[in-house]
Design a protein around this ligand. Structure first.
Ligand SMILES: Nc1ncnc2c1ncn2[C@@H]1O[C@H](COP(=O)(O)OP(=O)(O)OP(=O)(O)O)[C@@H](O)[C@H]1O
Ligand SMILES: [Mg+2]
Length: 151
């Protein structure tokens, strides 16, 4: 499924829409160049989950955790700076198997082996300064349900 997004606010709105279908236990992989809008989309998802805390890029801390209403939490990873997944692979593995956690991952290549096939894969390309083409694909039943929620 393709979405043409023409502003930062639009990207956040798409995140809010994605969040509507999230119940916990979902894994979302975000693919795109530096500045594509991965963290911006995550801000929208957090907003949609009812998180009022400001979402900041986890590029230096590798991960950030946000509590959401209804016992849900959002764990946001960015593995851009990581040379070796090491113990982070184990931590990620625990996180993705937690039924009350929504996991979002930027720059997931280094932990590829840990990612479940049933994940939502969101790719963002930037044809111009303010435009983004967002392609969303589902790898299994749980992630497909999120896609269907968007249709
Ligand atoms: N249509 C758009 N959608 C999303 N972001 C946009 C859009 N137009 C402009 N921008 C700008 O692009 C930037 C996206 O930055 P963001 O931190 O979300 O990227 P990122 O993909 O997470 O990058 P990184 O790989 O460095 O973490 C922001 O400065 C945002 O204002
Ligand atoms: Mg980012």
């Amino acid at each position: 499924m393709n979405h043409h997004v023409t502003s930062e606010a639009d990207m956040r709105l798409l995140g809010v829409q994605i969040a509507r279908a999230l119940k916990g236990g979902e894994v979302i992989e975000l693919i795109g160049d530096v500045g594509a809008g991965k963290t911006t989309l995550t801000k929208g998802i957090a907003e949609g989950l009812g998180i009022s805390e400001t979402v900041q890029s986890p590029s230096f801390t590798i991960s950030r955790v946000y509590d959401a209403p209804n016992d849900l939490r959002l764990v946001h990873y960015d593995f851009y700076r990581l040379q070796d997944a090491g113990i982070m692979a184990d931590e990620l593995n625990e996180t993705i198997h937690n039924a009350t956690t929504v996991t979002i991952i930027e720059w997931a290549d280094i932990v590829d082996g840990v990612l479940p096939s049933d994940r939502l894969t969101i790719s963002i390309v930037s044809p111009s300064e303010s435009e983004r083409i967002v392609t969303i694909a589902a790898g299994g039943d749980t992630s497909r349900r999120i896609l269907e929620g968007l249709a």
